[in-house]
Design a protein around this ligand. Sequence first.
Ligand code: ADP
Ligand code: MG
Length: 341
Amino acid sequence: MIEFKNISKHYELKGQNIRALDEINLTIPAGSIFGIIGYSGAGKSTLIRLINLLERPTHGQIIINQTDFTALDANALRHQRANIGMIFQHFNLMQTKTVADNIEMPLKLLGVAKAERQKRLNELLEFIDLKHKKDAYPDELSGGQKQRVGIARALANHPKVLLCDEATSALDPQTTQSVLELLKKINKEQGITIVMVTHEMDVIESVCDYVSVMEQGKVIENGSTLEIFSQPKHPTTKTFIQTVLQQQLPVNILNNLENKNHNSIYNLQFLGTSAQETVVQAAIKQFDISLNILFANMTEINGSVIGQMFIQLLGDAEIIQQTITFFEKNGVKVEQSGVKV
Ligand code: ADP
Ligand code: MG
């Protein structure tokens, strides 16, 4: 478990005081994949660099598995840091060293004997599926391959925590997915806690169990990924969700409607796959209204499904209200309009 307790980080820049982090309190459960999302400048990189104390906080404590990292002396810190691996957006490989040398480097620095290093190297090359590139240089690799080498290097010393700062931001969507799958595998098979900083909501959607949303050095929202996707509260969170979930009715569908009254359009949100049709059919049967399904889709959020349906409800205002209440009683989230105007 990683705990941030009242963490602040201030920088002095040209006489100005920058609050990169402002009173952060956050708990990252052991064994989870924990996402931190925010726009550029929100403080994400500063936050993740505090975990292994590459930066020191101005105030507050970082506690990892009951050890207060901020209270450790240099020697103890070096020891503890060996339990934390890190990967980066631009991979940070040594260009003049081969794949094998890059992966072995952290073990060399820790004084691990050659035979043991070789054994671990072979395991890791197998794991990242790059045995055939052992003697290649970073220049000869694709972006996805470079990040796999970065991952192998980060795992060399069997860390308990893996920090990822925009690890897929320089990769195309397909390569991003394959790297995310690899990270998921590492988490599931080796129980390694993964902290994932990103500005891309689909990264969170694909792999994270929990997510914190950051803005201007603060955590503005926090929860399980499913909670955040199904019930975003802060406007910034909603904006991020919109990049993944269709939250507004496509304009061409609206244009083709006979009755274009925006107030008659509702966005229904369902958790889980099964109930959708049953609930809608039951509503049509029970209430004397016109219920027109305009658009429906489903999104998978790290193993759970969120279904969305845009409907038009026409008829008596009171009966429409009863219909909405009926939906809500059946666990459906109902929002009016959602029309893009
Ligand atoms: P993010 O990773 O979310 O884009 P950062 O953590 O890199 O954000 O930066 C947060 C804020 O702190 C920004 O305003 C940035 O300019 C400032 N900052 C980060 N590092 C330094 C530094 N070494 N010196 C001065 N200001 C910094
Ligand atoms: Mg950053």
